[in-house]
Every structure is written in C-alpha cells, then in structure tokens.
Write a protein that binds this ligand. Structure first.
Ligand SMILES: C[S@@+](CC[C@H](N)C(=O)[O-])C[C@H]1O[C@@H](n2cnc3c(N)ncnc32)[C@H](O)[C@@H]1O
Length: 254
C-alpha cells in the first residue's frame, strides 16, 4: 500500500493520543528487547525507546516511504528495518515487549495473527496493541457502502476492504486461550474536532481511503474521492465536525 508520511503526519496530535495511552501501560523493566510492529516513520518508536532506558528497540515496517525519514530517529538503542509483520513472524526470535500502534488492522485474520504474535513474547513479557475499531467507525462504513454500489462495485470487481478487526471480547478470549497472566482490554473514543467534512476526508485519505484508490484507475479514482467527499459532507454537514473515532487498546502479560 502506498503510504504517504506527509498526509499521515497532518494530524499528528490526534494520531499520537492513543499512542500515549498505550505507552502508559508499558511495564518498564531494564534491558528489554522490544519490537514495534508497523512502526511507520519511527517517530513514536523513538518516543517508546526514550521511556525504556537500557532497552533495545527494533521498529519494522513494510513501507519504505514511511521509513524514509526513520534514520533521524535511530540511535544506539533504536534501529529500523523494512520488513512486513508477516515476514517478521516467521523468525523464531522472541521479545520482552511487542508493541504495535495503529498497524495490525492492515494484517488479516486476527484469530491466527494474535496467537502468532503472542508466540514471539518471552515468559513474563508484554503485548501492547492499539487499533482503530474499523467495524464501528462510520468513515470505514461509508467506504464499504460505496464499494457495494455501482459504478464502483463492477470496477472493483466486488472487492471491498474487509476489516480483520475483531470485537474486544474476542481479543480478551484470545489472550486467555494463549496463556495471558493479566490483561487490560478496552475501547475508547478519541474525539476528532475538525474544521469541516473536508478535513475528515483528509484524515481518512492518510489511511483507510488508500487501498480503495490503489485499486481504481483514471477518472474512477477521482470519482471515488469526489463521491466520498460528498457522502462525508452529507453525514457531517456542519462546522466544526465532531467525530467519535473509536479505538481498541489491548495489553496483556504472558
Ligand atoms: C497508521 S500507520 C502507523 C504507524 C506508526 N505505528 C504510528 O503509530 O505512527 C500504519 C503503518 O503500518 C504499516 N503496515 C501496514 N501493513 C503492514 C505489514 N503487513 N507489515 C508491516 N507494516 C505494515 C504501514 O506501512 C504504516 O506505516
């Protein structure tokens, strides 16, 4: 997927807020080996590392575009590598802390993925994940509805992005079944207060809109964007726009 760090970074403070909630749940211990799955530009990986003195942190991401600026966040404690989460999970290496902020919603089949991730956590280690609740967020629902209607249904060959995100009970159950010693699992609304629906369009264009535009060509790409803009305006006509962005926070020790 073609990620664009400039577009993604437009809403830094809104995107950073859940990261800080996740960070607050970290059990800080000296000398940990830590991995950040889907680290993006690396800015937050560095913030994570700065709170973990004496630990080594590896950030991996499949997007070279997102990683391009990550050199600036490297130091003797923090390194970055271009690698997919799926590829990383093939390695036998285990970690004291597996961290992932707003990334695993892009990897399929969480019933299989979560146990695989948990299998890479050392005894007494910790897992920390934050994901948007795509099943509940209206911005995702509108995209799916558009993909279900003509002309896009035919052009997209009946494709639409099916979110792998589960309900929070399912994640808690997976943790239990995979030997968790303790867990914190909750959903939280992160209020987005935006100037208007165009700003909401910009917010979504940094993430959920990308896979749709990637599958469309020529005029259809523009038409899809235009149509999405209109539907967002119909749903959020006023100014400012208040949007309840729902996210899932997952923490467990093993
Ligand atoms: C919304 S960004 C979050 C980036 C960073 N964790 C943050 O909080 O700023 C999602 C990131 O996940 C990465 N990503 C998506 N699918 C991935 C995969 N299968 N393997 C590795 N990284 C992936 C994307 O390249 C992107 O950088």
């Amino acid at each position: 997927m073609a990620w664009n760090p400039e577009v993604y970074n437009k809403f830094k403070s809104e995107r950073f807020a859940p990261f800080y909630d996740l960070l607050a749940l970290v059990h800080v211990k000296p000398g940990m080996e830590v991995i950040d799955l889907g680290c993006g530009t690396g800015e937050l990986t560095r913030k994570l590392a700065d709170t973990l003195p004496g630990s080594n942190v590896l950030g991996i991401d499949s997007s070279q575009e997102m990683l391009n600026d990550s050199k600036a966040f490297e130091n003797e404690q923090v390194k970055f590598e271009c690698r997919s989460i799926e590829e990383q999970l093939k390695s036998d290496k285990k970690w004291d802390l597996v961290f992932s902020n707003a990334a695993i919603q892009w990897v399929g089949n969480h019933e299989v993925l979560l146990p695989e991730i948990i299998s890479k956590i050392r005894k007494n280690g910790q897992l920390l994940i934050q994901i948007p609740d795509q099943q509940q967020n209206i911005s995702n629902k509108i995209l799916n509805e558009m993909a279900d209607e003509e002309p896009f249904k035919v052009i997209l060959k009946d494709w639409k992005r099916t979110s792998p995100v589960l309900d929070i009970d399912s994640y808690a159950q997976i943790f239990f079944e995979n030997g968790s010693k303790s867990m914190t699992v909750y959903e939280k609304i992160y209020p987005l207060i935006l100037e208007d629906s165009n700003a909401l369009f910009d917010w979504v264009s940094g993430t959920a809109l990308i896979p749709y535009l990637e599958k469309l060509e020529g005029d259809y790409k523009q038409n899809f964007s235009d149509q999405y803009r209109i539907l967002l305006k119909n749903k959020f006509p006023g100014s400012p726009v208040f949007y309840s962005f729902k996210r899932i926070i997952l923490e467990a020790t093993f």
